[in-house]
Design a binder for this molecule. Sequence first.
Ligand code: FES
Length: 115
Amino acid sequence: MAVTTMSDHMVMRLDSIEDGSAAKVEVEGRTVALIRLGESVYAIGDTCSHEEVSLSEGFVDAGECTIECWRHGASFDLKTGAPTSLPAVKPVPTYEVRVVDGEIWVAVSAESESV
Ligand code: FES
């Protein structure tokens, strides 16, 4: 039977990301884009759902709470991962993220087999 558990990882300090920009981190084999808006951080899958392009190299729109892929211009909602403009039509994953004492923590689910 597959069991899903959440594991929490401290990935970097909040002050390592400039306000209104993004950074890329690896968490348990997943590539995650962290986007900082003020004291808030969003965590989404870093790979654009249109092609293999790093979203953390895209453009953050703080007003719309989106990030735009630099390659063909699709935007993704930072809260839901849903595309808000073409050409992307599929969402990217989102991850639980919190800031504790200036540290950014990301939770990812890990599936393991148990009997
Ligand atoms: S690769 Fe991101 S929109 Fe095409």
